[in-house]
Design a protein around this ligand. Structure first.
Ligand code: ATP
Ligand code: MG
Length: 364
């Protein structure tokens, strides 16, 4: 069996590891030579929209998947009928634009924050007044890790927010949610419609970047767990989805609100490598290759800490019990995700205390 992966970052690297454990041959397409995933698998060096390189990848793959959502859609059409693309490009397309994404959420019956398309300063003035409260202005496309966002708290922020983002393509204004906490759910679906749901995870962001996760989310009611599952199930079915998908949620007084989804494995599911018997990476590989899904079960509370910026010393981290270190083969740079740490424990408190202790000895 042969798997092609478009994109060569850490998600591609962890997908490659999972595939290789099952004896599946992996080829990565990425323009950057010796990228994170290219260090552990065969790499075709080329642009994501280079039709020739895409065909080269198809020639050595029984199925192709992606490790990021901003893969150019149009060039993928040349592969249709040649090799299965999983998930199908329509799943990617839906996630590439925050306006179509939130509209899709509403269409399938998920709650979201109020939102409006913004194409001019006048639109922004009008819609901000209509929302009647604090907002966030975002680029519709290519935002990640909180980039391409500006807070609009009062009318005085309108001109500066517009100036800051107006050259980033079409915009969306969102009402700011006063959430209790942020959650995420990851699910997998096979071509014949089997589904697996991971336990809902609590996520913490710092400066717009995912900082920590704790799974299962503490003190989660059955009702909220169920609502998360119903939401992600609607999305999987609507998109006739094959593979792993992550849905980011706000836990609020009026139940769950959908924030965004990722048509791929996700940072909020890195804990599944140590925390479950079949990780999100392995289930993505299984779904894409037409294999049965594995159990997304959770034997013990599991926390994850992202390593952002500097590459830490390995030894002090590895000296700690029940601690797994993942480094992505990337050099350190401010704001860059270069690795993560997973900690398992008997209780949530136990996990959190040990993550605090690790955080105090590393410089992230
Ligand atoms: P990432 O790549 O980390 O998922 P992103 O750049 O795609 O992030 P969002 O997920 O939309 O952007 O926003 C990042 C974070 O900003 C959210 O996790 C949340 O903490 C905060 N945020 C975004 N939108 C809202 C909102 N409408 N109300 C309140 N907080 C928000
Ligand atoms: Mg997000």
């Amino acid at each position: 069996m042969r798997l092609g992966i478009i994109g060569g970052g850490q998600l591609g690297r962890m997908l490659a590891h999972a595939a290789q454990r099952l004896g599946i041959d992996v080829t990565i397409l990425d323009p950057k030579k010796n990228c994170s995933a290219g260090q552990v698998a065969r790499q075709i060096v080329g642009a994501y929209d280079d039709a020739e390189k895409l065909h080269e990848l198809a020639a050595v793959s029984d199925a192709i998947t992606y490790e990021f959502e901003n893969v150019p859609i149009e060039p993928l059409a040349t592969l249709e009928g040649k090799v299965p693309l999983r998930p199908a490009p329509k799943g990617l397309a839906a996630a590439q634009d925050r306006l179509t994404e939130k509209t899709l959420f509403r269409t399938v019956g998920m709650q979201t924050t109020d939102f409006a398309a913004i194409d001019s300063l006048e639109d922004l003035e009008r819609e901000f007044a209509a929302m009647n409260g604090a907002c966030i202005l975002k680029t519709r496309r290519f935002g990640y890790d909180g980039k391409g966002q500006a807070r609009i708290d009062s009318p005085a922020d309108v001109p500066s927010g517009w100036e800051e983002l107006k050259d980033g393509g079409p915009l969306i204004l969102e009402k700011r949610i006063d959430f209790k906490r942020e959650l995420a759910i990851i699910a997998a679906r096979t071509a014949d419609g089997n589904e697996a749901f991971y336990p809902v995870t609590q996520t913490h962001h710092r400066n717009g970047i995912l900082h920590r996760t704790l799974a299962p989310a503490p003190a989660l009611t059955d009702e909220i767990e169920q609502q998360a599952r119903v939401y992600v199930d609607k999305l999987l079915k609507q998109l006739d989805y094959v593979g792993v998908l992550a849905l980011e949620l706000f836990d609020t007084d009026r139940g769950l609100l959908a924030n965004e989804f990722a048509p791929r494995v996700h940072n909020s599911g890195h804990w599944t490598i140590e925390g479950t018997t079949c990780s999100q990476f392995e289930n993505q590989v299984r779904a894409v290759m037409g294999l049965p899904l594995g159990e997304p079960t959770l034997p013990t509370p599991t926390g994850m800490l992202n390593l952002i910026g500097n590459v830490p010393d390995r030894a002090p981290i590895l000296a700690r019990p029940n601690t797994a270190l993942h480094l992505y083969g990337k050099s350190g740079r401010a704001g860059r995700k270069i690795g993560h740490i997973t900690v398992t424990g008997a209780t949530d408190d136990d996990v959190l205390k040990r993550i605090d202790a690790i955080e105090s000895i590393i410089d992230t």
